[in-house]
Unconditional design. Sequence first.
Length: 327
Amino acid sequence: MLLKFFRKPLPSVLVFVVLVGVLAWISSLFSGGQAAITYTSYKMPLYALLVSIMPDGIIWGKLLALLMVIINGLLLIQVNTKYILIKNRTHLPALFYVLLSSGFTPLQTLNPAVFAAFFAILATNSLFATLTTNAIDGTFKAGFFIAIGTLFYLPSIVLFLVMILAIVILNLSGIRPWLAAIFGYITPIFFAMVYYYFFYGDFELVGIVEDTFNKELPFGFLDFGIPFTVWSAFALFVIFITGLFLIGGLPTQKIIIRKYHSVLLLMLLLVALLTIIAPFASVEMVFLFSIPSSYLLSSYFTFARSRLWPEILFVILLLCTPLMQLF
């Protein structure tokens, strides 16, 4: 059975994760074009810098984006191993991240959200570390990483709110963790503004932010076609089921694990809420949304008692993402 194989923490599973990613991107790698999304008009500083140094040829950007998706998945495995978010060692978080992040083919190109997701994972790791190491250091790093992500992709600013609420959930005592988180976030933003002012004589970064916030996308979420709508609806349905499964099992978990999962659920809800209500955020938010979702799915497909339905749902998810290349 496929699910039984992918549950195992074997090197061969990682090979298949990479293979699934390549299969899900193979058509896009050799085709042109990309979705007309806000970040293509108003580039945040680090994304603009990245675009400026990329070699000619759109395939290089697509290869880099695919590589980042795989790296993000591998980082999720590392975080899981470090904090035991899922009791059993498994590579499922990487697989689900690749599957969820690869379902919308127009996003399979160089984009800032996948880099923001990379720094979001680093920030999550730093936040979780506050319960076992120096809380001041962890919250500062979390704020710093979130700010770097924001300088790639503005809507990832929602993670600043996640961080502030996470400090409450993790029950970090004193005002110093709050101050460290705020100063950690302000530091990269401050240097970015100083750079623009020193080299360009104005605060162009402020203008980019204002233009992005005032930008309304020329399409709605459902305008990407029936196949994507069906795929995303099914993925959200499975995530909803797995979320209920996780919430139902939280009382049996250790307190520290409960806190970790509460932070992940908060991230899931706030990212989803911003995607729905913000006119400047769209389906590229899936790269952030997939971070907590991958842990929800992994927990369910690792511990679900029923054999038939998890296997069916897993096979559908596994097959549908590469099949989206046909549409």
